[in-house]
Design a binder for this molecule. Sequence first.
Ligand code: ZN
Length: 302
Amino acid sequence: MPEGPTIKNMADRLRAALTGQVIIAAQSRYKKAKEEDWPALLVGRSIEGVRSHGKNLFIELSGGYTIYSHMLMWGSWHIYQPGEEWQKAEKLARLVLETPEKVAVLFNAPLCEVIPPENLQNHKTIALGPDVLADDFDPSEVWRRMHLPENREKELGEITLDQTILTGIGNILKSEILFRAGLHPLKPAHSLTQEEFDDFIRYSRELLQSSYEKGMRKTFIPDWLRPEITGFGFVYRRRNSPCHLCGTPIEMVRQGEMQRSTYFCPVCQPRQGEIIPFQTRLKPLEERLRLTRQLEPGGPKD
Ligand SMILES: [Zn+2]
């Protein structure tokens, strides 16, 4: 299930493999591709750059054309050498771009378009909120969008996934970010104090950047908490299991039109009242681990 950091990695790999190369063949299974004659539009164009914005991926071509793809839950771009065996079945390939040196294959992605230059400024992706992983990410723009009349009553769990407010956070990262920030997912957007918002942004940036660099598994549970803490994250898919930090059973709610699941600890993420910072909540566990490791035969591990 790709989230923003995965797509940014995918864009890095495509950029490194394809930039500067000319498309010498293009095949596609999309219905649109036939209607719009994509091979005629694409062959002969050079690839000038690849960028991501949240979960949206853009391949920029000469002449101002852009190949836009969105992976949703299933899509992925693979890069192969000419003649190399593919890792997925050929019938799953939706778009194949060949250059003299590489073959780029888009598998399973339900959304792909070739955008001519004159349509770029009206494309639906213009409405996307700031990308949490972008160097020029602007939190004040997220604050502004969150407080628009149509958004201010929305629950935080919905806000976090709303691509018109901010982009890059998927369903798994959502639960782990809100847990660290101590924010109850049912709180309405407008109820956040500036300090709570700042924490939300800080943990979003931290967890997305770390996921981009080393993957989600290593991000959610730091190495020093292993092997005592097993599993994927603090809350994600841990419904009814005790919170690693306070022992309270983890709960799950479904939110938004898509009824996406959000996992949370009702004590670490109080619906009202004071929020205890993540580092403070973590302290007792840290102490406990230090103690057990020292008492183990052979002395402390680290
Ligand atoms: Zn807890």
